[in-house]
Design a protein around this ligand. Structure first.
Ligand code: THU
Length: 138
C-alpha cells in the first residue's frame, strides 16, 4: 500500500476522534507486514491524562489482533472542523510505544506536509538512539 493511501486512511480515521477537550482530532493508520491496516483515533477523557493518542489506539488494536510486525504508520491531525494542512508528528510516548515493535530505520512515518501533500520520515529520525527490547537482553 502506498504512503498516500495510508495517509488517506488516517484522514478517514480522524472522523471518529473523541476530542471534546482539546478539540484537536487525530487519526492514525498502521500498516502491518502482512498487509493488514489498523486504524486509531485520539480518545480523550474528562480526567485529561487518561487520554489515548491515535497512534497508540491503532497500535494497541493491532497488537490485540495478534499483529506484531509493522511497516509504516500514517498520522493526520488538525483542529476539529478543519482539514489537516500541517504535519502532526507522533508524541514522544507514541514514538516509544511504536519502537517496541519496529526496527526504527525500517519503520516509515507518513505525515501531512505543510500546505498539502505528504511528508515521509522514519521512526529512527523521530526517535534516534532509542531504547528497545534488545537493550534489556543484549
Ligand atoms: N494527539 C494524538 O492523538 N497524537 C499525536 O501524535 C499528538 C496528540 C492527541 C492527544 C490529544 O487528544 C490531542 O491530540 C491534543 O494533544
Amino acid at each position: 500500500m502506498s504512503g498516500e493511501e495510508l495517509l488517506r486512511r488516517a484522514h478517514a480515521a480522524r472522523g471518529n476522534a473523541y476530542a471534546p477537550y482539546s478539540r484537536f482530532a487525530v487519526g492514525a493508520a498502521l500498516l502491518c507486514e502482512d498487509g493488514r491496516v489498523f486504524l486509531g483515533c485520539n480518545v480523550e477523557n474528562a480526567a485529561y491524562p487518561v487520554t489515548c493518542c491515535a497512534e497508540r489506539a491503532a497500535l494497541f488494536a493491532a497488537v490485540s489482533a495478534g499483529a506484531r510486525r509493522f511497516r509504516a504508520i500514517a498520522v493526520s491531525g488538525a483542529p476539529l472542523g478543519q482539514e489537516p494542512g500541517a504535519p502532526c508528528p507522533p508524541c514522544g510516548v507514541c514514538r516509544q510505544a511504536l519502537r517496541e515493535f519496529c526496527a526504527p530505520k525500517e519503520m516509515r512515518v507518513y505525515l501531512d506536509a505543510p500546505g498539502g501533500g505528504m511528508a515521509e520520515t522514519t521512526l529512527q529520525a523521530l526517535l534516534p538512539e532509542s531504547f528497545g527490547p534488545e537493550n534489556l537482553a543484549p
